[in-house]
Design a protein around this ligand. Structure first.
Ligand SMILES: NC(=O)C1=CN([C@@H]2O[C@H](COP(=O)(O)OP(=O)(O)OC[C@H]3O[C@@H](n4cnc5c(N)ncnc54)[C@H](OP(=O)(O)O)[C@@H]3O)[C@@H](O)[C@H]2O)C=CC1
Ligand SMILES: O=C(O)C(=O)[C@@H](O)[C@H](O)C(=O)CO
Length: 280
């Protein structure tokens, strides 16, 4: 069974499905099978990263599927250790080589690394790689408004998307409002909070029971109604299908509000605050 997933259009014109497949930890043959199963189920957006060491796994799944390349949306990400202009260009080329691809649909700076403070150089490399046709759309992950303002001020170009930690325990309301004002698409990483205690939460369970849905489905519907693209990772065919079977019900304003109340000031999964955290 293959389901159709609604799409959104980014400010640069690229369309993306509102749910994609996260691939952190999906590797090797098992990973290829999981990704191919997801594509068969209806997923068209696949999220990888240079640092996940699975761009090759994603590439193999793309080679194996009968779905035409132009219907897929493949994202990868530039690691912090390669932010200098020349290294960023070489890394984008290496990402393409690893994935056996001619282009990525979306390429993101993985973390701003503000202490290192050369993310504007990395951004210039992404801008040029887009001009050369290696990438269709360019964005960032884990950038705070001050970082994105600097990108736009120094290069004249703002990101199409910002992929951030977002789940019911950390709902990022202020950052989402800022994205909306700037027409930058919000994308949620760890949308199920990495299957932590959020999947046992009693408030969400009672909402799920009322709709005859699972807790995960309610959470992913909540992301959709917030206007965020989500990229749940699952290696299981059943859970992959479950996670995109969310377009036949809706949450009321009251239910959205009850979930909003679950957010916590220190709700991040691993305490990775982009103002101070650096990842290489
Ligand atoms: N830009 C960034 O800095 C970051 C980006 N990411 C991206 O976001 C993606 C998603 O985040 P991730 O950290 O993987 O966490 P998720 O919130 O997607 O949770 C994944 C976990 O949830 C389980 N799961 C999935 N669906 C269900 C379900 N319906 N019911 C119960 N359990 C379920 C999975 O297990 P199973 O596989 O067994 O189903 C897995 O253990 C990543 O894979 C990656 O692509 C992640 C972190 C940071
Ligand atoms: O998975 C990613 O994309 C990351 O950026 C990692 O930092 C991830 O969040 C992690 O869990 C590292 O321990």
């Amino acid at each position: 069974m293959s389901l159709a997933i609604p799409e959104v259009k980014l400010h640069d014109g690229l369309t993306l499905p509102v749910i994609g497949l996260g691939t952190y930890k999906l590797k090797g043959n098992e990973g290829v099978n999981a990704i191919n199963n997801a594509i068969d189920t209806g997923y068209r957006l696949i999220d990888t990263a240079y640092n996940y060491e699975n761009e090759g796994t994603v590439g193999k799944a793309i080679q194996r599927t009968a779905v035409p390349r132009e219907e897929l949306r493949i994202t990868s990400k530039l690691p912090g250790r390669y932010h200098s202009y020349d290294q960023a260009i070489r890394t984008i080329q290496e990402s393409l080589y690893r994935g056996n691809l001619d282009y990525y649909d979306l390429y993101l700076i993985h973390w701003p690394n503000p202490k290192q403070d050369i993310y504007v150089e990395a951004w210039q490399a992404l801008i040029d790689a887009k001009k050369w046709g290696l990438i269709r759309s360019i964005g960032v992950c884990n950038f705070l408004p001050e970082h994105m303002e600097r990108l736009e001020k120094e290069t004249g170009i703002k990101p199409s998307i910002n992929q951030i930690e977002l789940h019911p325990f950390f709902n990022q309301e202020q950052q989402r409002i800022w994205h909306e004002e700037k027409n930058i698409q919000t994308e949620s990483w760890s949308p199920l909070a990495r299957a932590s205690e959020v999947l046992q939460n009693e408030t969400i369970r009672s909402i799920a029971d009322d709709h005859n849905k699972t807790i995960s489905q309610v959470i992913l519907r909540w992301h959709y109604q917030l206007g965020a693209i989500s990229i749940p990772k699952s290696s299981s065919p059943e859970r992959q299908l479950e996670n995109i079977s969310i377009f036949d019900f809706s949450l009321s304003d009251t239910e959205m509000g009850r979930i909003a109340e679950l957010t916590r000031p220190n709700g991040r999964i691993n305490d990775q605050d982009p103002a101070t955290y650096e990842e290489f």
